[in-house]
Design a protein around this ligand. Structure first.
Ligand code: 6PG
Length: 469
């Protein structure tokens, strides 16, 4: 008998996804990897699935091992490798075969590939998979793109391998071509913002309140039982509590303060900018990672601006920090969902926003209790234009904005950087400001370039003869 699905690319994510397909998925899985020995090694290492894993040692034999229409999941590095594999597979496949790119692709690439393969025998799917290594093995959150009739074929398999939230599988069809990878990109942008805000709060605990890592760990663990309950808060508690076996110091105190990034957060920000949507909390998070990576420059600048003891934090306790974090988080998610709403219109995707919140409730990195509230917000009859207008969040933001204000103000006075928390606050204040200051910008533009302006008291477009400067 032939294999029902194939996994091409057996790095950690690919290998775990293959095991998940064999295990929860109940599939017979053909395996192939460019370094061919890996397929056999994976099968050998998992004798429990001996019957369901079919290692192959050439692309031809991999394709040959699959039942038709073939379902092939690519788990190779995003970028050129995906194009190379598609090109290599193309002559070997038959009409109706399905190729799923399950890596973290740039959705622009996915759109291009979907267009290029439109008239080919291959039915192409770009699919976002979140949940890291463990998620891939035991249940990720899956955001599938591509045509609806292809999803009808692969959906049942995906439902079996996806994470479950109270029994409901965390997988859905997002829309055609790049929709799945776009939603995954925004997931990662939100992930960056969420992580940065948590790190800023940790910075306040450490540098403002003098908490040791073990004490900060306890705070996060406590918060994980409340409204902030989420995977990222949970792992913050776990990582802060961990001790380095070599030195006996907290692990976080021996880890270099330079963040890595593979680009998805940056893509989210770039796409938001292209769509003319404000994504300031995501931008702040990406920028903070960039500055973190310039460690030597920070050391040099720090030596020049050694301002001595900064002002002490006042009026900031752990409860205020918790409320501030919750409020800023609501604002960051509001931005993330506006980006998706705008993309949905621009690309004609009709993204299922409520469903997205639903399938992020389990399996993915940003899974949280909070996403349940977002699900409810989009379940209402009318799609909100911004989560900040939804009654449940209005209540929470009204209750928390004072704390966010105090925390940002006090951190700023103490010289503790809070770029994402303050970006959240500024967005909130800008959005609720009925009379803004762009009237001055319009006046300036009209003066130097006759760019025209509109008036409050009359309809039409106007130019004023400003005094010569
Ligand atoms: C996920 C993660 C996953 C990966 C990120 C990390 O949803 O499972 O987002 O995709 O861990 O790409 O991104 P950085 O390396 O950019 O932090």
């Amino acid at each position: 008998t032939k294999a029902s699905v194939g996994v091409l690319g057996l790095g950690t994510m690919g290998a775990n996804l293959a095991l998940n397909l064999a295990d929860q998925g109940g599939q017979t899985v053909a395996l192939f990897n460019r370094t061919t020995i890996k397929a056999q090694e994976l099968a050998d290492a998992n004798p429990a699935f001996a019957k369901s894993l079919v290692p192959t040692d050439s692309l031809e034999r991999f394709v040959e091992a699959l039942a038709t229409p073939r379902i092939i999941i690519l788990m190779v590095q995003a970028g050129a490798a995906v194009d190379e594999q598609i090109a290599a597979l193309k002559p070997l496949l038959d009409k109706g075969d399905i190729v799923i790119d399950a890596g973290n692709a740039d959705f622009n690439d996915t759109r291009r590939r979907a267009a290029q393969l439109k008239d080919s025998p291959i039915r192409f799917v770009g699919m976002g998979v979140s949940g890291g290594e463990l998620g891939a093995r035991h249940g990720p959150s899956i955001m599938a793109g591509g045509d609806a009739d292809v999803y009808a074929i692969i959906g049942p398999i995906l439902e079996r391998i996806a994470a479950k939230y109270q029994g409901a599988p965390c997988v859905a069809h997002m829309g055609p071509d790049g929709a799945g990878h776009f939603v995954k990109t925004i997931h990662n942008g939100i992930e960056y913002a969420d992580m940065e805000m948590i790190a800023e709060v940790y910075g306040i605990m450490r540098d403002g309140l003098g908490l040791k890592a073990a004490d900060a760990a306890k705070v996060f663990t406590r918060w994980n039982a409340g409204d902030l309950a989420s995977y990222l808060i949970e792992i913050s508690g776990v990582t802060l509590a961990e001790i380095d076996p070599d030195t006996g110091k907290p692990m976080v105190d021996v880890i270099v303060d330079e963040a890595g990034q593979k680009g998805t957060g940056r893509w989210a920000v770039i796409e938001a900018q292209k769509l003319a949507v404000s994504a300031t909390t995501l931008e702040a998070a990406v920028s903070a990672r960039i500055i973190s990576a310039h460690r030597a420059e920070r050391a040099r600048t720090g030596a020049i601006y050694d301002l001595g003891a900064t002002e002490k934090l006042t009026g900031v306790d752990l409860d205020a920090l918790e409320k501030a974090l919750e409020t800023a988080k609501i604002i960051a998610y509001a931005q993330g969902f506006v980006i998706m709403q705008e993309a949905s219109k621009t690309f004609g995707w009709n993204l299922p926003l409520g469903k997205i919140a639903e399938i992020w409730r389990a399996g993915c990195i940003i899974r949280s209790r909070f996403l349940d509230a977002i699900t409810r917000a989009f379940d209402a009859s009318e799609t909100p234009e911004n989560l900040l207008q939804v009654p449940e969040f209005v209540k929470r933001v009204k209750a928390g904005q004072g704390a966010l204000r105090r925390v940002v103000a006090q951190a700023v006075l103490a010289g503790i950087p809070v770029p994402a928390l303050s970006a959240a606050l500024a967005y909130f204040d800008d959005l609720r400001r009925r009379r803004g200051t762009a009237n001055l910008i319009q006046a300036q533009r009209d003066l130097f370039g006759a760019h025209t302006f509109r008036r409050l008291d009359r309809d039409g477009v106007f130019h004023h003869e400003w005094p010569p400067v």
